[in-house]
Design a protein around this ligand. Structure first.
Ligand code: NAD
Ligand code: UDP
Length: 308
């Protein structure tokens, strides 16, 4: 197949391009390089089935493709809050442009949604049936509400225009090719420990997240796209739940050195807990994560050693 990946030069997008090429497809990678990097796809530029197009998803585009994966959107809080209006435009207009294209060329279209649609969840763990607890006017809203609106558009194109959609809600995912300065917790802690700096915990460190290794996630993407039993939304994430204190301690244990833990103020609207209910992914995709946090962190640390 010929497949379009928006956001293909980013962390997840570049791993997805690798996988699709390995599976024998042709890949068009569209990215404006806002948070993505050419180095993530440098090894693909000479591949005969790979094409990079520098373009912004808020501007219309046309490609003759059979599948579209829409991943274009900054994902780390400092990046998506850098230009919040642009973040909402990217989610909403990017979704409209992908859906319009999918409708014209009759392509199956995938949306990378997020556990952020659950906001600061009052239900724990979060099943797909939970509608969430999102502040519509806070610092995270540009991302959360942009992604929620994108889901709305996907389901309206599905109901109104019979567009063949797939929607996945991704929980915190980490691994090689995360941007070393993107401000997310895993990359921050690893880079701080590798540089011998103190690890910055925001707030009391008792907030939780569930961390999925990138290879597991990409396998879930492919399985969702290859089946016809569900269009989603479907949670993909690792149900293992850790406090930020535990993550900091584990990072220091794996890297060693003199780093200590220091506290910084908790950002506004920071969710207190997050853990995916993956019952649907198990049922429809026969999917569950295979890489435990400690193993995934070791692989990620090996990558980040090349980035210090
Ligand atoms: P990333 O920042 O590494 O990748 C995003 C990519 O999109 C980058 O290459 C960036 O340059 C590109 N991009 C941003 N705005 C664009 C625009 N207007 N036009 C074209 N390209 C644009 O982040 P990631 O972690 O790889 O996230 C990929 C997708 O997965 C995002 O949609 C994100 O919301 C979603 N997601 C990721 C996680 C996670 O934990 N990694 C969790 C939930 C959802
Ligand atoms: N966090 C932290 N120290 C850091 C970066 C993040 O304690 O250096 C916390 C952050 O406040 C949040 C959690 O780690 O509670 C996950 O943050 P991240 O930005 O990675 O993802 P998200 O909040 O979007 O889940």
């Amino acid at each position: 197949m010929r497949i379009l990946v928006t956001g293909g030069a980013g962390f997840l997008g570049s791993h997805l391009c690798d996988r699709l090429l390995r599976d024998g497809h042709e890949v068009v990678c569209l990215d404006n390089l806002f948070t993505g990097r050419k180095t993530n796809i440098a090894h693909l530029l000479t591949h005969p089935s790979f094409e990079f197009v520098r373009h912004d998803v808020i501007d219309p585009f046309k490609f003759e493709v059979e599948q579209i994966y829409n991943l274009a959107c900054p994902a780390s809080p400092p990046h998506y809050q850098f230009n919040p209006i642009k973040t909402t435009k990217t989610s909403v207009m990017g979704a409209i442009n992908c859906l319009g294209l999918a409708k014209r060329v009759k392509a199956r279209v995938f949306q990378a949604s997020t556990s952020e649609v659950y906001g600061d969840p009052a239900v724990h763990p979060q099943p797909e049936s939970y509608w969430g607890n999102v502040n519509p006017i806070g610092r995270r809203s540009c991302y959360d509400e942009g992604k929620r609106c994108a889901e709305t558009l996907f389901f309206d194109y599905y109901r109104e225009n019979k567009v063949d959609i797939r929607v996945v809600r991704i929980f915190n995912t980490y691994g090689p090719r995360m941007h070393p300065n993107d401000g997310r917790v895993v990359s921050n802690f690893i880079m701080q420990a590798l540089r011998g700096e103190d690890l910055t915990i925001y707030g009391d460190g008792m907030q939780t997240r569930s961390f999925c290794y990138v290879d597991d996630l990409i396998e879930g993407f492919i399985r969702l796209m290859h089946q016809t039993e569900t269009v989603g939304p479907i949670n993909l994430g690792n149900p293992g739940e850790f406090t930020m204190q535990q993550l900091a301690e584990l990072t220091i244990k794996l890297i060693g050195g003199k780093s200590r833990i220091v506290r910084k103020p908790l950002p506004a609207d920071d969710p207190k807990q997050r853990q995916p209910d993956i019952t649907l992914a198990k049922k429809y995709l026969k999917w569950e994560p295979t890489v435990p946090l400690e193993e995934g962190l070791k692989r990620t640390i090996t990558y980040f050693r090349t980035q210090v």
